[in-house]
Design a protein. Structure first.
Lengths: 116, 117
């Protein structure tokens, strides 16, 4: 069945290292969202894309985070250099614009990042 | 700007009892409203949504919610809960912007529902 796939599911890394998280949206979906979940801040929108173009990345720390969509089947979220405060679960979600039936964002299972 | 307040961080309840999880929102424009459920170590799954029309919305797993515009609330209810309903529940809002999907969400802080036998 159609689902959003995120890899890796878990990542432990040392402070200062580069981290890349990947997301495969549901085939045919043209919008992709990145969310971060922490105990303190809850679920926050980091960035989102429509038709592979970034529409809003105001929720993302610009100095160390970057998000891209190299093609329609892959979205990446990169942190360089990583810091302990980046430890969180990162969710990708995809959806489709237009049409009354396209009224839901589908979430992946998340990447749990631990920076030590 | 929008905000969502889930009034209870934790709700313990016994199996087969009714439950209500409360959600209030603040927005200067009309919004769409959603409830998501998150099971441990899982992503978020949509329970139900209000876009327009009838203010009583029925979702999956026997849940329903009522949109109250005057009170800016969207409380989630279930008449009889099961052990398997134990999870964290998130209320969320989005703006009905033209040309965008319904994934640009502002979430509440979540309510942990624990169903005891």
């Amino acid at each position: 069945d159609a689902r959003v796939t995120q890899t890796p599911r878990h990542k432990v890394t040392e402070m200062g290292q580069e981290v890349t998280m990947r997301c495969q949206p549901i085939l045919g979906h043209n919008t992709v969202f990145w969310y971060r979940q922490t105990m303190m801040q809850g679920l926050e929108l980091l960035a989102y894309f429509r038709n592979r173009a970034p529409l809003d990345d105001s929720g993302m720390p610009k100095d160390r985070f970057s998000a891209e969509m190299p093609d329609a089947t892959l979205a990446t979220l990169k942190i360089q250099p990583s810091e302990p405060r980046d430890s969180a679960v990162y969710f990708c979600a995809s959806g489709s614009t237009g049409g009354a039936e396209n009224t839901e964002a589908f979430f992946g299972q998340g990447t749990r990042l631990t920076v030590v | 700007a929008q905000s969502v307040t889930q009034l209870d961080s934790q709700v313990p309840v016994f199996e087969e009892a009714p439950v209500e999880l409360r959600c209030n929102y603040s927005s200067s424009v009309s919004v769409y409203l959603f409830w998501y459920v998150q099971y441990p170590n899982q992503g978020l799954q949509l329970l139900l949504k209000y876009l327009s029309g009838s203010t009583l919305v029925k979702g999956i797993n026997g849940f329903e919610a009522e949109f109250n515009k005057s009170q800016t609330s969207f409380h989630l209810r279930k008449p009889s809960v099961h052990i398997s309903d134990t999870a964290e529940y998130f209320c969320a809002v989005s703006e009905p912007l033209r040309g965008t999907s319904y994934g640009k969400l502002t979430f509440g802080q979540g309510t942990i529902l624990t169903v005891h036998p």
